[in-house]
Ligand binder design. Structure first.
Ligand code: ADP
Ligand code: ZN
Length: 534
């Protein structure tokens, strides 16, 4: 028989105290650990910060053999393994970033039964060579981290994960535990089926993060709004700056927002995949070590970063899915103390994301999935009900109004937008039917407000029946109308120029069979800047 790393501890509590220095298990940890240490399979749905790592690390220390951990986050393996080794756990990893000598060293230790935990990238586990190698040692358990990556319906599908189903056939006696911090009911089902975990026990924790306050604001002047937000939320009770993460979609905008904040006295730094490794590492270390650092990052930042006292997460661009939003905002307040999740989004976000979906490679089914994800995100943004309730309902969890989100604290006023919608829709219909023309929001609003722009003159749009019938609303209000109609599926943006078109549902509004309610939005501040065109 191959050599096996011996069981290191007699009881879960002994392992918890000795290795981690904690006194008690939290939530379902103890039940999960007992079940897996006893040889059972498990599916674990637990929010970020819930303490998933212990759920497979402790059973690996209690069972004979090495716990094999599948993790897609190669960049983090090094840090995770370092932290374990510092705590006296014999851990190693195998991934493409290693030299052959390093790899050989880890492989030798595994085969000799000298490893408690071995982290492996999913693409590596897919290869026959790796599986043969693993057969030369004794495996205590398989942990499949970020298990939602196996779900094609999910927001983070990775083809490599499909190969993990084979582990069950090859090692039928080795317990497997799949873990994720984001799973709708559909994703949960896919995890269970695709990883052959039909006989597993399911441990589903509440996804509620009661200490996080959710706030979503319409974009007006986003740099100003962000700065105001950071200035108010970015300090603790003693007035000292606190740690926060600002998410932006593009590398260029992380740089721009970071330098804007820095120029205004915030200790802010950009972080994205285009920066060299040394800079990224320095930023990450400063964020972890120093107080009050704000990192402006693309979504790559934060995965697996174990910083419990992040006090806010801000989004200056619309996330692509509720799952992504939940995962990113979940990096705030892992210590359980009050934290804020703030998001600003505008019409341009909606148009841009619809366009990205239209242009995305992949089949129609794939684009439909992306559209469904975006629609759910927009529904969360435009809801006049409790944000948390909407968020939890998305993950299949019923709840009541939370009293700790923007809509609970300040119920949004709404207004009857039926007539305004009809004015806009009939402008679109006329242009299309009478002239076979389609335009984006900007020009349509110019027509409604009766602005004699060069383009209006060029096309003679001042002769349209709807010319200047919308002067009762401001530009900003009209843009809000367009954005909310898009979010409600009463308008669609098509093609690469974001031109607007009606949907099947718009006909009901035009015919007067359906009314439309809009959130009343705050007035645009007096100053104007280029970024104000949100
Ligand atoms: P997740 O992977 O679910 O986001 P982690 O496993 O990273 O969560 O744990 C989050 C934080 O909580 C870590 O700092 C971890 O050390 C800590 N933690 C986990 N379990 C316990 C416990 N039983 N008692 C105290 N702290 C814990
Ligand atoms: Zn609420």
């Amino acid at each position: 028989a191959p050599a096996a790393s011996p069981a290191r501890f007699g009881s879960p509590l002994e392992a918890l105290r000795t290795v981690y220095g904690y006194d008690a298990f939290r939530g379902e940890q103890a039940a999960i650990i007992d079940h897996v240490a006893g040889g059972g399979d498990a599916v674990v749905l637990m929010p970020t910060g819930g303490g998933k790592s212990l759920c497979y690390q402790v059973p690996a220390l209690l069972r004979e053999g090495t716990g094999v951990v599948v993790s897609p986050l190669i960049a983090l393996m090094h840090d995770q393994v370092d932290a374990l080794v510092r705590n006296g756990v014999r851990a190693g990893y195998l991934n493409s970033s290693q030299s052959p000598a390093e790899r050989a060293q880890v492989e030798r230790a595994y085969v000799a039964g000298e490893l408690d935990l071995l982290y492996v990238a999913p693409e590596r586990l897919g290869s026959e060579q790796t599986k043969r190698f693993l057969e030369r040692g004794t495996i205590a358990l398989f942990a499949i981290d970020e298990a939602h990556c196996v779900a094609q319906w999910g927001h983070d599908f990775r083809p490599d994960y499909l190969g993990l189903a084979e582990l069950a056939e090859r090692w039928p006696d080795v317990p497997r535990i799949a873990l994720t911090a984001t799973a709708t009911e559909a994703t949960h089902r896919e995890i269970t089926e695709r990883l052959s975990l039909r006989d597993a026990r399911h441990f589903v924790s509440s996804f509620d993060r009661p200490n996080i306050q959710y706030r979503i604001a319409p974009k007006l002047d986003v740099r100003r709004q962000l700065l105001d937000f950071v200035r108010t939320e970015g300090r603790d009770a003693d007035g000292n700056p606190v740690a926060g993460i600002v998410y932006a979609l593009s590398r260029a905008s992380t740089e721009k927002f970071a330098s804007f904040l820095a120029a205004n006295g915030v200790d802010a730094m950009p972080y994205h995949a285009g920066l060299d490794a040394a800079t990224r590492r320095r930023t990450q270390e400063r964020f972890l070590r120093d107080d009050g650092v704000v990192v402006v990052a693309t979504i790559a930042f934060g995965m697996g970063i174990d910083k419990p006292d992040v006090r806010f997460v801000a989004h200056v661009d619309l996330p692509k899915s509720v799952e992504g939003y939940y995962q990113e905002t979940g990096r705030a307040g892992r210590d359980g103390l009050p934290a804020t999740a703030w998001l600003a989004y505008g019409l341009q976000d909606v148009v841009q994301q619809r366009r990205m979906i239209d242009e995305s490679p992949g089949d129609l089914a794939h684009r439909r999935r992306l559209t469904a994800h975006l629609d759910a995100m927009l529904a969360l943004c435009e809801t006049v009900q409790c944000r948390r309730q909407n968020l939890l309902a998305y993950f299949g969890e019923p709840s009541t109004a939370c009293g700790n989100c923007d809509t609970c604290l300040e119920p949004p006023a709404s207004w009857d937008g039926t007539v305004a919608s009809q004015k806009l829709m009939s402008t679109i219909v006329r242009l299309q039917r009478e002239r076979n023309q389609r335009f984006g929001a900007g020009h349509l609003v110019d027509i409604l407000r009766g602005k004699r722009t060069a383009r209006v003159e060029q096309y003679g749009h001042d002769r349209l029946a709807t010319w200047a019938i919308g002067d009762d609303l401001s530009d900003a209000q009209w843009r809000g109308v367009v954005r909310q109609l898009l979010a409600q599926g009463l308008l669609q943006s098509v093609g690469e120029y974001g031109v607007l078109a009606l949907t099947d549902a718009s006909a009901e509004v035009l015919a007067g069979d359906r009314t439309v309610a809009f959130r009343t939005e705050p007035e645009r501040p007096g100053r104007t800047s280029r970024s104000a065109r949100a």
